[in-house]
Ligand binder design. Structure first.
Ligand SMILES: [Zn+2]
Length: 54
């Protein structure tokens, strides 16, 4: 099951919604920290999970 999840960047505290199975690297829009990388279909996230949006 895939979903959208709201994360807070560990670097700058920016809150950003990320697809749970991204097809490419997702970077923070503010500080360019790498938030998620494709990893066998499940994102590896370098951020704090706040909320699952479904
Ligand atoms: Zn950031």
């Amino acid at each position: 099951m895939s979903s959208f999840i709201k994360y807070r960047c560990e670097g700058c505290k920016n809150e950003q919604v990320i697809f749970s199975k991204p097809s490419s690297v997702v970077n923070c829009l503010v500080c360019n920290n790498e938030l998620a990388t494709p990893n066998g279909g499940i994102a590896k996230v370098n951020a704090v999970e706040l909320e699952i949006l479904g």
